[in-house]
Write a new protein. Structure first.
Length: 51
């Protein structure tokens, strides 16, 4: 193995903090998928809540 195969630029450096990315596929209706912020919310269309 070479050092090039061991290093991955798509991963953050150890010890750095990354912002969580909301997963749009977790929401069931189109209204939920449009608005993913804030992380805690209840959909007015379908009533789904997610924390």
């Amino acid at each position: 193995m070479t050092t090039q195969t061991l290093s991955r630029r798509d991963l953050p450096a150890p010890g750095t903090r990354t912002r969580p990315r909301p997963d749009r596929s977790a929401w069931t209706c189109p209204n939920c998928q449009r608005v993913t912020d804030p992380p805690r919310k209840r959909c007015t269309d379908c009533g789904t809540s997610r924390y």
